[in-house]
Design a binder for this molecule. Structure first.
Ligand SMILES: C[S@@+](CC[C@H](N)C(=O)[O-])C[C@H]1O[C@@H](n2cnc3c(N)ncnc32)[C@H](O)[C@@H]1O
Length: 353
């Protein structure tokens, strides 16, 4: 497999965990994410740099190409600038497909991607004379919970298949809510209490990679860290019951802006529930004011370890970068279980042709 926009390697980890795939190349422009990737999958096949440069070179053979072209430009969150240059990164993805001609490819993105001009342009490439005319494709929005993840994350999935193979359909995956994995499955065995003041990654650890030095590597125990909260924050957290949110706060504990906004997101300052899946783990999961990130029992947000677990990363996964960088890598990743389920599905379909 080839992993484009590889990040820390959520997709690669899911594919590797099936024992059916081996990464032949990975491309990532962010030093800390590329370092994490290299620490886990080896430095030799990682291109740390811009995909636009990599795709011009000699590319290795691969059966499957995977990746999610960055989506900030058309995500529901943040600025929606139509001319955002990053939107055009999907074209580098297509350039890779044209050069490598894999048997199949997996492209994932936010669900809104399917309503963008970029998606329409991608789809037009499958028509006669298009760059992907020798591929079929299927597309659907999947819920990670339906594929074994304890997280309610929705992802738009496109699977393309070269026309000399039977078209691989997106798996139909609806499972009953009762079968969903929960926060308890992911975190139930972890020590919930984090000692007061355990807020930093271990200092003076260095990892040399790509001729550079980055903080790391860190594994599970290092990542079970919290933040120093103010007295007011702690009072607020303790007023929020399991499953509750900012609307449960008494007047005197509400922030002025929350008093004005009496409707809106029920996730702000929300508390997770042991018996349900988590909400989508985003890059700021350590800030309770950004979503439903309060621990089910403790008066704190999720630790980095808990967020990594909810994203499906094994405890022996190695992480590089600052606390903030690692949070970004975790939040940007594809849930490992979702990737693994799709990896098995693609392999089974290719084999049956
Ligand atoms: C959503 S993240 C990928 C997550 C990854 N699929 C996973 O499962 O862990 C997108 C990544 O694309 C990288 N990226 C953005 N622009 C790039 C470029 N021009 N070339 C290579 N990588 C790029 C970003 O640094 C980011 O790590």
């Amino acid at each position: 497999m080839i992993d484009l926009f590889a990040g820390c390697g959520g997709l690669s980890e899911g594919f590797r965990s099936t024992n059916l795939y081996r990464p032949m190349a990975a491309v990532e422009v962010d030093l800390f994410a590329a370092a994490t990737y290299a620490a886990n999958f080896g430095e030799d096949h990682v291109h740390y740099g811009d995909i636009a440069d990599w795709v011009k070179g000699d590319l290795p053979d691969a059966d499957v190409v995977v990746g999610g072209p960055p989506c900030q430009g058309f995500s529901n969150l943040g600025a929606k600038r139509e001319d955002d240059e990053r939107n055009e990164l999907w074209e580098r993805y297509v350039d890779t497909l044209v050069k490598v001609r894999p048997k199949a490819f997996l492209l994932e993105n936010v669900d809104r991607f399917l309503r963008t001009r970029q998606f329409r342009e991608l789809v037009s490439q499958f028509e006669n004379n298009g760059e992907l005319a020798d591929y079929n494709y299927d597309v659907k929005v999947l819920k990670a919970t339906d594929l074994g993840s304890p997280q309610l994350r929705r992802r738009a999935i496109v699977i393309g298949t070269r026309k000399d193979f039977d078209k691989i359909p997106i798996p139909s995956t609806e499972v009953s809510v009762a079968a969903w994995k929960t926060v308890k499955h992911a975190l139930g065995d972890l020590e919930p209490r984090i000692p007061q003041g355990r807020v930093d990654l271990p200092k003076e650890r260095e990892y040399s990679v790509f001729g550079r030095t980055v903080p790391g590597v860190y594994t599970a125990a290092d990542l079970h860290i919290t933040r120093n909260y103010t007295e007011l924050s702690q009072q607020r957290f303790s007023a929020i019951p399991t499953g509750g949110n900012r609307f449960d706060l008494p007047e005197q504990l509400k922030a002025p802006c929350w008093k004005k906004h009496t409707t809106g997101s029920g996730d702000v300052m929300g508390r997770l529930v042991w018996s349900k899946p988590s909400v989508t783990i985003r890059t700021e999961f350590f800030k309770p004011e950004k979503g439903r990130y309060l621990h089910p029992d403790e008066n704190r947000a999720l630790s980095h370890l808990e967020a990594a677990r909810l994203q499906g990363f094994p405890d022996n996964f190695k992480w590089c970068g600052t606390k903030l960088e690692i949070a970004r890598q975790i939040g940007n990743a594809v849930p490992v279980e979702l990737a693994a389920a799709l990896a098995r599905h693609i392999a089974a379909c290719l084999r049956s042709t």
